[in-house]
Design a protein around this ligand. Structure first.
Ligand code: ATP
Ligand code: MG
Length: 258
C-alpha cells in the first residue's frame, strides 16, 4: 500500500450540487467548490441566486437533489445527521429563528446539551462561547429583551458552543448599526474557525474574507480573491453586484489570513 501524501481534509466540499424545489423551481444547477480549514470565504450573488438554498444543503435541512456535500470528510445525509449538525454551525439571518429559550444561557447550552454534554463541561462551553462574542454579562437575560445586534451575537454564540468545523452566516451584517457591524467583524476575525459568509455587504466581504464565490442563477460564476472580483466591473455588472457609492475596492487592505 502506498502512503498518500497527507493532504488535509477540507472543511467543506460541494460537488455537482443541483436542486429543484418541490414546485419544480430549480434553484441550483451544479455547484462545485471546496473550502479548506481556516479559510474565510464570502458567498456573494444577487437576490434569488440560490445562496440560502445552498446554505440549507450544508447541514441537510434541504436535500434530495443530485451531487454531494461533504463536511470534514463526512457526507451530508441521513446517516450522520447529528454529527453534521454539530460540525456545520449556521447563523440564520433572523436571530429570532434561533433563540427560543427563557435565558441566553439556556439558548447557548441547548445545542451542546442535546449532544449529551453536561455538568461543568457544559458550563464551560457556554461561558467560552458567550465570552467569544462579548455577551458573558447577558447570560441570565431573556433573549427577547436584547437588542437586535445583541441577539445576533447570542445566535453566533449558540453555534460556537457546538465547536463547529465550519461557521456559516447568512447576512451577518444586516440590520446592524455601524459600531455593531464593526464589532461583529472583530469577533469573526478573532475566531479560529472556517467561515462561509453569505452577504450583500460587499465592503464587509472585502474586509473579512480574502476569497469570495459569486453564485448567480444557481451556478458558481466566479471564485477568487475578493479584491480582484470586486474590482472586475464587467463581472460585477453581469451578476447585479454593486459597490456602495464612492467605494473603491482597491483602496482597502483585505484581511491577511489566506
Ligand atoms: N420554498 C421554495 N419553493 C420554491 N422556490 C423557492 C423556494 N425557496 C426559494 N425558491 C426559489 O429559489 C431561488 C433561489 O432562492 P434563494 O432563497 O436560495 O436565493 P438567495 O440567493 O438566498 O436570495 P436573497 O439574496 O434574496 O436571499 C429563487 O428563485 C427562489 O424564488
Ligand atoms: Mg437568501
Amino acid at each position: 500500500m502506498t502512503v498518500s501524501s497527507a493532504a488535509p481534509v477540507p472543511s467543506l466540499e460541494v460537488s455537482g450540487l443541483a436542486f429543484a424545489y418541490p414546485d419544480g423551481h430549480q434553484a441550483l444547477f451544479g455547484v462545485d467548490f471546496t473550502i479548506h480549514r481556516g479559510e474565510r470565504v464570502a458567498l456573494l450573488g444577487p437576490n434569488g441566486a440560490g445562496k440560502t438554498t445552498l446554505v440549507l444543503h450544508l447541514n441537510g435541512i434541504l436535500g434530495g437533489g443530485t451531487g454531494t456535500v461533504t463536511v470534514a470528510g463526512l457526507p451530508v445525509g441521513k446517516q450522520h445527521m447529528a454529527e453534521i449538525r454539530q460540525k456545520v454551525g449556521i447563523v440564520f439571518q433572523d436571530p429570532d429563528d434561533q433563540l427560543f429559550m427563557p435565558t441566553v444561557r439556556e439558548d447557548v447550552a441547548f445545542g451542546p446539551a442535546t449532544a449529551g454534554i453536561k455538568g461543568p463541561e457544559l458550563e464551560q462551553r457556554v461561558r467560552t462561547a458567550l465570552e467569544r462574542v462579548g455577551m458573558q454579562d447577558f447570560a441570565d437575560r431573556p433573549p427577547h429583551h436584547l437588542s437586535f445586534g445583541q441577539r445576533r451575537r447570542v445566535a453566533v454564540a449558540t453555534v460556537l458552543a457546538m465547536e463547529p468545523e465550519i461557521l456559516v452566516l447568512d447576512e451577518p451584517s444586516s440590520n446592524l448599526d455601524p459600531a455593531s457591524r464593526r464589532e461583529l467583524a472583530d469577533i469573526l476575525r478573532s475566531l479560529d474557525v472556517t467561515v462561509l459568509m453569505v452577504t450583500h455587504d460587499l465592503p464587509y466581504a472585502l474586509e473579512l474574507c480574502p476569497r469570495s464565490l459569486i453564485l448567480s442563477d444557481g451556478v458558481i460564476a466566479a471564485d477568487g480573491p475578493t479584491g480582484e472580483l470586486l474590482s472586475d466591473e464587467e463581472l460585477m455588472r453581469a451578476h447585479r453586484l454593486e459597490l456602495p457609492f464612492g467605494f473603491d475596492p482597491r483602496s482597502v487592505t483585505t484581511s491577511t489570513r489566506h
